[in-house]
Each structure stands twice: as C-alpha cells, then as structure tokens.
Design a protein around this ligand. Structure first.
Ligand code: PEP
Length: 244
C-alpha cells in the first residue's frame, strides 16, 4: 500500500497574477509532503517554472473543437498540469455538472496524461436522511461504469457539501467513516489492491488547527483545501501537519 499524503489547494476564482507569483515564491522550497494547487486556467502558465504540482479546476473531455469556454485537456497538459479537479460541488451546484459529465472530465485527465482528483460528497439534508453513502455511490456509478479498471494514480476527494466554505468541518470520525466506506466501494469495482493504493482526500473547511487530526485518520490520505489555501502561511501550516 502506497498512499503518501497529498495536500491540495483549490484557489477557486480568487487569485490574480501578482498574488500567484507571490504565493509560489513563498511555498517553493517546502519539502516533506506533496503539494498541489488547482488554479484558474488563465493562471496555469505561471506555474511553469515552479516545482509545485498544479492543475485546472475543470477540463473538457474533447481534445479540441467548438466548445466555447471549455479547457482542452491537451492544452492543460501542454501547460504543465499534472492533475485536474473534476466534479467539485460548486461545478455541480452552479454549472450543471452531472455525475456523468464529472466522470468524463476525470477520465479525460487520465487519457491526456494527468491525474484526476474526483470530488464526491453529500448535502446536509442527505446526511440527515442517512443517505450519505447512497449519494456517493450514485456520484461514482458512471465513473466505475466507464472505467472498469482503476486509472493509475486516480484520487478521490470526499467533500461533504455542508462543510465547504462554511467553517463547519466534518469530525475526523465522520471523515474516516465515509472514507472507509468509499474505499470499500472502490474495492468492489476496481479490486482490493487498487482500492488500497487509491488516495482519498478529505475537503471541507480544513484549517491549520484541524488538519493534523483529520490526517491522522488511516483513510484520510491528504486534504483538499479551499479558503485556507489562499494564504501561503496557512497552506504550509496544513502541509506541515501532514508530516505528523
Ligand atoms: C473546496 O473548495 O474544495 C473546499 C474544501 O473549500 P473550503 O476549504 O473553503 O471549505
């Protein structure tokens, strides 16, 4: 089993050119955990000379064509992206992303030589109704249908929607419980070995003061961080928490 911790930041639609350069200068020398940043497409070329892993927050599944406003996976790769985010709840909520289209985007990342971080997670009313795993199973179904085998390196992020940007974090016990169940679901479709090698991140109001406890859970293989990834200091503090 090989699941080194991955500390991923999702900058959403926040940073500009100067802020990106400033952030990269501050985190450049960090060693000890794998860092990854998901930035707006227009910022990706600024990462070219950095040692950090980076990727877009969304990609399309066709290499090129009349798809105004989308980002070609080939172009993302050409710009140096090694990861792509897929199925983030904000894409699902505001831009009509479906389980099916999210899966196509995630698999396109692998088809073009990148690694997907595929987001799943329930809304509060779904958790309260005891539907968390049913929701996650439905979110993953098209992915497993389209890809009967595990794409190498594929990552999941468990992001309960009620914990994103709300300051309300899942407890480490809640995160671990869902991530154990998600790993079992992965094993059902991709086999036990692939499941044991698949990283599952937790995301939802991760901060420097809760990162260590969350990442001490055996099935939390890193974190996907929104708000607290915007400042280099807090992102690095979270990364240091991965070292134990
Ligand atoms: C996210 O955007 O994926 C996220 C988890 O945001 P936050 O850390 O701000 O809750």
């Amino acid at each position: 089993m090989s699941r080194p911790k991955l500390i991923a930041g999702n900058w959403k639609m926040y940073k500009n050119v100067a802020e990106t350069a400033d952030f990269l200068a501050k985190v450049e020398g960090f060693q000890g955990a794998e860092l990854l940043l998901f930035a707006q497409s227009a910022l990706l070329s600024l990462f070219a000379n950095s040692k950090l892993a980076f990727g877009p927050q969304n990609i399309y599944w066709e290499e090129k064509g009349a798809f105004t406003g989308e980002l070609s996976p080939k172009l993302a790769k050409e710009l140096g992206a090694s990861y792509a985010l897929a199925g983030h709840s904000e894409r699902r909520q505001f831009f009509g992303e479906t389980h099916h289209s999210a899966a196509k985007r995630a698999l396109a990342a692998h088809a073009f030589g990148m690694t997907a971080v595929f987001c799943v997670g329930e809304r509060l009313e779904e958790r309260d109704a005891g539907q968390t795993m049913n929701v996650i199973r439905a979110q993953c179904a098209p992915l497993f249908e389209m890809s009967p085998q595990a794409p190498a390196g594929f990552c999941f992020a468990y992001e309960p929607v009620w914990a994103i940007g709300t300051g309300r974090t899942a407890t480490s016990a809640q995160a671990e419980e869902v991530q154990v169940a998600l790993r079992a679901e992965i094993a059902k479709h991709w086999g036990e070995t692939a499941a044991q090698n698949t990283r599952i991140l937790y995301g939802g109001s991760v901060k420097p003061d809760n990162a260590k406890e969350l990442m001490s859970c055996p099935n939390v293989d890193g974190v996907l961080v929104g708000g607290a990834s915007l400042e280099a200091e807090s992102f690095l503090a979270i990364a240091r928490a991965a070292k134990g």
